[in-house]
Design a protein around this ligand. Structure first.
Ligand code: RIB
Ligand code: CA
Length: 319
């Protein structure tokens, strides 16, 4: 089986964590590296989580640190959703391995050059690292096979009326990526919001992971309670990033349509909005329009059945 050679660009992040679990469970992915980008939390916590999750999953690949803020506008985070550590209140076991010496954009370029057109990027956070890579290395687009990204929406957003968080955080970066010419598969809220976990599925997860691995169900419970407590509108726990990872390993989970996608970089209600023109004769992306949810959910549960034991102390104080 030919494996996808990928770099995972991420801002872990509770749903990023489960996407990484699913990627680790896939048989057709060869992980060449992880690059961390600020988003759900500040870079210090993101970098720690990226290294800690890579260690937990037994990934020996480089973990490289990237952008700790957007290209042009002030940083925002989603700490009210992903918690103090970025993984609820859970500090993972301290990572033993240092981050790679290379910054994310330099690492991406070196790997893309070495793989001579075979490298794919799975991007599940703000696109700041990729945008900087394209700005520093104008020949990078010709070296990448494609980008599969969680971001954007064809209808409503989750930040403001139309902004989706990853594009909202750094809309200028998203615009640069969609203008790069690299083939893009966009997995937006219009499909990821259909992955909300039902109460029965929560119970299935708790049974599957059992006591020795209850941190997985506790993390999702944390996510669910945050929506309840903070009345953050959506009442569902959507596995946004997992759906992008699932598509990379099995394209049958999504129906895609060609579109020309542009990003609104204004500062008002439309900030970070992705506008998809499905009639365009010059598409720059495939956009997900439908999801095979049973197939996706089977992949999520399979990755949880195979999830590694993890012992963390959930700090009672939550600090
Ligand atoms: O809008 C959902 C996206 O924003 C996901 O990648 C989630 O992790 C947050 O980064
Ligand atoms: Ca993310």
């Amino acid at each position: 089986m030919t494996k996808h050679k990928i770099i995972l660009d991420t801002d872990p992040g509770i749903d990023d964590f489960f996407a990484m679990l699913l990627a680790a469970d896939a048989q057709n992915l060869e992980l060449r590296g992880v690059t961390a980008v600020a988003g759900n939390q500040v870079m210090e916590k993101i970098a720690n989580n990226a290294r800690g999750i890579a260690q937990l999953l037994g990934w020996d690949c480089p973990v490289s640190i990237g952008a700790d803020r957007p290209l042009l506008i002030p940083q925002i985070t989603a700490s009210q959703v992903h918690g103090d550590t970025g993984l609820g209140h859970f500090p993972l076991p301290a990572p033993q391995k240092d981050a790679d010496k290379r910054l994310a954009w330099d690492f991406i370029y070196e790997e893309a050059t070495a793989l001579d057109g075979e490298l794919e990027i799975l991007a599940i956070g703000p696109l700041s690292n990729l945008a900087i890579a394209f700005l520093r290395y104008p020949d990078l687009p010709q070296k990448l096979r494609r980008i599969v990204l969680m971001g954007g929406a064809t209808e409503w957003g989750n930040r403001g009326a139309y902004g989706e968080f990853n594009f909202y955080v750094d809309p200028h970066a998203a615009e640069i990526v969609f203008a790069s010419g690299v083939p893009i598969d966009m997995v937006g809220l219009n499909v990821t919001m259909q992955t909300g976990i039902s109460d029965e599925e929560f119970d299935d997860i708790a049974r599957t992971v059992g006591d020795s691995r209850k941190v997985y169900s506790e993390l999702l419970e944390f996510y669910r309670n945050i929506y309840r407590v903070n009345d953050l509108g959506f009442r569902i726990v959507a596995m946004h990033d997992s759906l992008a990872a699932a598509f990379l390993t099995d394209e049958r989970v999504l129906e895609m349509q060609n579109a020309k996608v542009q990003i609104d970089c204004s500062t008002g209600l439309c900030r970070g909005r992705s506008i998809a023109d499905f009639q365009s004769e010059s598409p720059n992306a495939r956009v997900a329009v439908a999801v095979d949810r049973p197939r996706f959910w089977d992949m999520v549960m399979h990755s949880l059945q195979n999830a590694p034991d993890v012992r963390v102390q959930s700090s009672a104080s939550g600090k």
